[in-house]
Design a protein around this ligand. Structure first.
Ligand code: NAP
Ligand code: ZN
Ligand code: ZN
Length: 346
C-alpha cells in the first residue's frame, strides 16, 4: 500500500512530502490509520544527523496515535476501530535476558526502532509522519478512551520517557523532584510527577513559562539563568530529571541533590557530557540515564495517564507547518508538543 508521508531528504534541507510503501498486514500484525504524530526533539536530532549519519530519505515520528483499520488473522489483542499507539520501537529479539525480563526497550540485540532501523522483513522502518503503519500487535499500545488521540500521541515517547525514571526512582509523596527544561518531555515529567504525589520544581532557563508550569502541577519554578538559584537550592532534591536537549554544566545541577540523590539524564545532546568526579563523590550521588520504557511499562503509563486524565499540552499543526515547528522546537519555543494532524497529508 502506498501512503502519504513527510520525509527528511538531507540534514540541512526542509522536510518534504513523499509517498512510502507499507507492507500487507501479516498474521500477527495490525494496520493503524495514524491520526496524530508528535514531533519529538529526537526526530530533529536524527534528521539533522546530530546522532550520526543516517540514510535519506527518512520518515521519522515515534509518537503515534491512531485507529486500527485492519488486523491479521492471528491477532487477538486488537480489533478494527480500537484506539492505539506506537512508540519508539516496533520489535525486539524477544529472546535475550532483557526481553525475557520485560525490559524490551533495553533488548541486548537492540530494539527495532520505529524509524532509522531495519525490520524483521529486512526493510528499513519508517515512522509516524505518515497516514498508516503496520506493526506487530505485541508492540502496539492501547490508548484509554477518555484521552483524545491528539493529546495522547506525545505520551508514546515524552510520556514514557519521563514516567519510567520517575517510577524507577520512586517519585511520590515526600519526595522532592526537579525537572530541568519545560519542553515536550519536561512538561510531561511535571504532570506525571505531580500525579504521583511528589513535590515538583521546574528548573527552566527563564521564568517565561512559570504560570504554565504551575498550572501543569509544579509547586515551585526557578530560572537557571539566575545564579542565586544554585545557591538557594543547594542540597534540596531527591531526584532530578534532566530533559534538556543541549549540554548543561551538570556539576552545577548535581550540587542541588541531597545525599544519595540521583540525577537522571534523559536529554540526549550531540556532544559528550563532562563532569568532575567531585561533583558525585561527596554525598554519594548517582548520575544515571534512562531510555524510553518497555512495552509493558508504556501500557502502565498510558493507563496511569487515563486514570489521572493526563494528556500532553499540544499545538496541532498541518503537514506544511512541520519545518517551522522544527525551528521553534530548537529555539525552545514550544508549548509543549507539536502534533501533526495526518489528515492534512491527504
Ligand atoms: P524540547 O521539547 O526541545 O525540550 C527541551 C527543553 O530543554 C527546552 O524546551 C528548554 O526548556 C530546554 N533547553 C533547550 N535548549 C537549552 C539550552 N541550550 N540550555 C538550557 N536549556 C535548554 O525537547 P524534547 O522533545 O522534550 O526532548 C528533550 C531531549 O530528550 C532531546 O535531547 C531528546 O532527543 C531526548 N529524548 C530522550 C529520550 C530517552 O529515551 N532518553 C526520549 C525522548 C527524547 P526551557 O525553555 O524550560 O529551559
Ligand atoms: Zn522521542
Ligand atoms: Zn532482546
Amino acid at each position: 500500500m502506498q501512503v502519504n508521508a513527510i520525509a527528511a531528504v538531507a540534514p540541512d534541507q526542509p522536510l518534504e512530502r513523499t509517498t512510502i510503501e507499507r507492507r500487507d498486514v501479516g498474521e500477527h500484525e495490525v494496520r493503524i490509520a495514524i491520526k496524530f504524530a508528535g514531533i519529538c526533539h529526537s526526530d530533529i536530532h536524527t534528521v539533522r544527523s546530530e546522532w550520526g549519519q543516517i540514510e535519506y530519505p527518512m520518515v521519522v515520528g515515534h509518537e503515534i496515535a491512531g485507529v486500527v483499520d485492519e488486523v491479521g488473522s492471528g491477532v487477538s489483542r486488537y480489533k478494527v476501530g480500537d484506539h492505539v499507539g506506537v512508540g519508539c520501537f516496533v520489535d525486539s529479539c524477544r529472546e535475550c535476558e532483557n526481553c525475557k525480563a520485560g525490559l524490551d526497550n533495553y533488548c541486548l540485540k537492540g530494539n527495532v526502532g520505529t524509524y532509522n532501523a531495519t525490520g524483521r522483513d529486512g526493510k528499513p522502518t519508517a515512522g509516524g509522519y505518515s497516514t498508516h503503519i503496520v506493526v506487530d500487535e505485541n508492540y502496539v499500545l492501547r490508548i484509554p478512551k477518555n484521552l483524545g488521540l491528539d493529546v495522547a500521541a506525545p505520551l508514546l515517547c515524552a510520556g514514557i520517557t519521563t514516567y519510567s525514571p520517575l517510577a524507577h526512582w520512586n517519585a511520590g509523596p515526600g519526595k522532592k523532584v526537579a525537572v530541568i527544561g519545560l519542553g515536550g518531555l519536561g512538561h510531561m515529567a511535571v504532570k506525571i510527577a505531580h500525579a504521583m504525589g511528589a513535590e515538583v520544581s521546574v528548573l527552566s532557563q527563564s521564568l517565561k513559562k512559570k504560570e504554565d508550569g504551575e498550572r501543569l502541577g509544579a509547586d515551585h519554578y526557578y530560572a537557571t539563568s539566575d545564579e542565586s538559584t544554585f545557591e538557594d537550592l543547594a542540597g534540596s532534591f531527591d531526584l532530578i530529571v534532566n530533559t534538556v536537549s543541549a549540554n548543561l554544566d551538570l556539576a552545577q545541577y548535581l550540587g542541588l541533590l541531597r545525599t544519595d540523590g540521583a540525577l537522571v539524564q534523559v536529554g540526549a545532546p550531540e556532544k559528550p557530557i563532562e563532569i568532575p568526579a567531585f561533583a558525585l563523590i561527596p554525598g554519594r550521588k548517582t548520575l544515571a540515564g534512562s531510555m524510553i520504557g518497555s512495552i509493558a511499562e508504556t501500557q502502565e503509563m498510558l493507563d496511569f495517564c487515563g486514570k489521572h486524565d493526563l494528556g500532553a499540552e499540544v499545538e496541532v499543526i498541518s503537514a506544511d507547518q512541520v519545518n517551522e515547528a522544527y525551528d521553534r522546537v530548537v529555539n525552545s519555543d514550544v508549548r509543549y508538543r507539536f502534533v501533526i494532524d495526518t489528515a492534512t497529508l491527504d
